[in-house]
Structures are given as structure tokens and as C-alpha cells.
Design a protein around this ligand. Structure first.
Ligand code: SAM
Ligand code: SF4
Length: 329
């Protein structure tokens, strides 16, 4: 059984993008009210007094878009300073990275994943819902800045959508050749935009690998913090290619993570809310931290069973009412 020591922390459920596959323009989203968001103090108290003593040592900041949180640099600095922190990373859309990359690095962040679904600015803008203002160049500049500042590994996340960015798979894979960039292809899941999923479908990792293999060949690769990704490499490339295949292969039995939402709910699984705990309300209503810790330990004890049930039910086929941005993808 995997040790569950990795917490994905959603700093905020809102976002400055409207990606078609996540929170498309016009979708009705039940945003968390400001007063229900965890404060920085509440988050750090939970980490220091509940999660770290419960064995968590690896943290990823995500969202929504974590870089729109006004205290993101201070939060990074505080988490990086915990002696128990073994790993701290972030997933971002990169739009605000150009101005924040250096501060984040100096605050102690070393690993970053940036979403980049297209190299074509028009397609990119269409995917992220640019609202009349092109966003591609600013994201690209953010990626370059993060690379220059020294983030390593620097990973680029691509959700492949048939008929939208599928034709760019080889161009995106080629980004891993000359630079130490790690491109990760994520299978599109029926979370967020069910109409798009129904209309477009999804492409399997194996299908993508075959196309890449036919052009360059592929060998097995390695990169730090690969989590659920299967890692490969174009022969001679400086970076790697990762494939996250939650649709075609169930990796629940390898899962070592839990998710903390921006309003303080701890969820044992992306797709299963069994046993979830409202830690922020507990904290606000004066439940002693040792009791909250025990609740977390009890949920940890349930996790193998939750993973097992999901694995037994086969690959992801249902549809999920929450978006990745709400759960903390
Ligand atoms: N805003 C940040 C970003 O986009 O990188 C962090 C949050 S976002 C929810 C985290 C990851 O979830 C992104 O890599 C995004 O591509 C992925 N994601 C969102 N909706 C998805 C879906 N329906 N299927 C697969 N991946 C999805
Ligand atoms: Fe925002 Fe990330 Fe969702 Fe895109 S995938 S809408 S950037 S939270």
C-alpha cells in the first residue's frame, strides 16, 4: 500500500482563464464565498498542526488559479520553511508567472507545472476563453521566465482535445527535445465540461505514444515527482514526455494524495467524496487540533478501501458535477 503523504492544496477556486474543458465561459459555477475561503493563517495552522503531524510532507499549490491568490508568495515561503516539507510544487496557467516567477523561486518554490495546451495563439485563446485579449504570449513569456529563473523540473501540462489541439501533439512533444522541459499529456476527463467531452471525446495516451514513437522513437525516461505519469523520452532529448492516463488506465492503487479545497474540505480522492471532512469549520468552531488530526488519520485509514473500490469499478466513465478548479485539480 502506498503511503499517503502528498496534499494538493487549492488556494482559490476562481480563475483568470475559462478553459473550455474546465470552467467554460457561461458555465454556472458555484464559487466559494469570500468569507468561506480559508485564510492564510488557517491554512498554515492546518498544515503545521494537523497535516504534517499526520505524515504529509509533499505539497502542491493549485486551484482555480493559485497565482491570483494575493498572498501566494508568502504562503510558498511559509510552507517551504517547514522543516518537514520534502517537496513543494505548483500547478498554474502561467499567466501571472512572468512577474511572479522570481519571487516564488526566492520564496522556496523549485518545481512548477504550467498548463500549455497549444503553441498556436489563436487555438490557445480559443481554449482558454481569452475574452478578446490574446493570452498566449504572456503565458509563453511566463514559461521562459520560469525556466531562466531556474525552476527544475519545469513541466508543461497538455490536455488533448480531439479536433481542438490534437493536431499539435508532435509540436508540443518537440518542446522536450532542446530544453529541459517535461511535457505531460493528460487524458481529457468528463469533469467540468460534459458537453465538450460528449462531442469531442478523448485521445488515449497509447494513441499519442504511437504517433510520437512513429516520428522519433521513444525510450523510458525519468523525472522527479512524476506521480501518476508514465514517463518516456524522445531519444537524445533533454526533457521527457509524461502520460497521465486516468481514462485508459486506473492508477488508483498507486494514489498517494489527498486534496484540500480552498474552503477547507479534505477529500480523499478526485472522484470520490466518501468521508470528506470540513476542517476549516472545525477550526473556526474551536475543535481542538488534535481532534482534527485524528479525523484526518481516520480518513487516511479509509483511503486504501476508497482507492480499491474505484479501481474495481474500472476506468472513469461516470460524470462529475464538480470542476477540477473546484476540487483542486
Ligand atoms: N489553473 C491551473 C492550471 O490550469 O494549471 C491549476 C488548476 S487546473 C484545475 C489543474 C490541471 O487540471 C490543469 O493541468 C488542467 O489542464 C487540468 N484539467 C482541468 N480540467 C480537466 C479535465 N476535464 N480533464 C483533464 N484535465 C483537466
Ligand atoms: Fe483555470 Fe486551470 Fe481550469 Fe484553465 S484549467 S480554467 S486555467 S483552473
Amino acid at each position: 500500500m502506498n503511503q499517503v503523504d502528498y496534499l494538493r492544496i487549492s488556494l482559490v477556486d476562481r480563475c483568470n482563464f475559462r478553459c473550455q474543458y474546465c470552467m467554460p465561459e457561461g458555465a454556472e459555477i458555484d464559487y466559494i464565498l469570500h468569507q468561506n475561503l480559508m485564510t492564510q493563517d488557517e491554512l498554515l495552522t492546518l498544515l503545521r498542526q494537523v497535516f504534517i503531524p499526520a505524515g504529509f510532507t509533499q505539497f502542491r499549490l493549485t486551484g482555480g488559479e493559485p497565482l491570483i491568490h494575493p498572498d501566494v508568495v508568502d504562503i510558498v515561503r511559509a510552507i517551504a520553511a517547514f522543516p518537514e516539507t520534502r517537496d513543494l510544487s505548483m500547478t498554474t496557467n502561467g499567466f501571472l508567472l512572468k512577474s511572479l516567477a522570481r519571487d516564488l523561486y526566492e520564496a522556496g518554490l523549485r518545481r512548477i507545472n504550467i498548463s500549455l495546451d497549444s503553441l498556436n495563439s489563436e487555438v490557445f485563446d480559443q481554449i482558454v476563453g481569452s475574452r478578446g485579449r490574446s493570452r498566449w504570449q504572456q503565458v509563453w513569456d511566463g514559461i521562459q521566465t520560469a525556466y531562466q529563473v531556474g525552476f527544475n523540473p519545469l513541466k508543461l501540462n497538455v490536455v488533448v482535445i480531439p479536433g481542438v489541439n490534437e493536431a499539435e501533439v508532435l509540436d508540443l512533444a518537440a518542446l522536450s527535445i532542446d530544453r529541459e522541459w517535461h511535457v505531460r499529456f493528460i487524458e481529457f476527463m468528463p469533469i467540468g465540461n460534459h458537453d465538450l467531452f460528449r462531442d469531442r471525446g478523448w485521445v488515449s495516451s497509447e494513441d499519442l505514444r504511437q504517433r510520437i514513437r512513429a516520428k522519433w522513437g521513444l525510450t523510458e525516461g525519468q523525472v522527479r515527482g512524476n506521480g501518476p505519469a508514465d514517463v518516456f523520452q524522445i531519444p537524445g532529448a533533454r526533457g521527457t514526455l509524461g502520460f497521465i492516463s486516468q481514462m485508459s488506465e486506473c492508477f488508483c492503487d498507486r494514489c498517494n494524495r489527498m486534496r484540500l479545497s480552498a474552503d477547507g474540505w479534505l477529500r480523499p480522492c478526485l472522484l470520490n467524496e466518501t468521508g470528506q471532512i470540513d476542517l476549516k469549520t472545525g477550526l473556526r468552531s474551536g475543535v481542538p487540533v488534535h481532534e482534527l488530526r485524528q479525523q484526518v488519520l481516520d480518513l487516511l485509514a479509509l483511503k486504501p478501501e476508497i482507492n480499491f473500490k474505484l479501481r474495481e469499478s474500472g476506468s472513469i466513465s461516470g460524470s462529475y458535477s464538480r470542476t477540477m478548479s473546484q476540487i483542486g485539480g
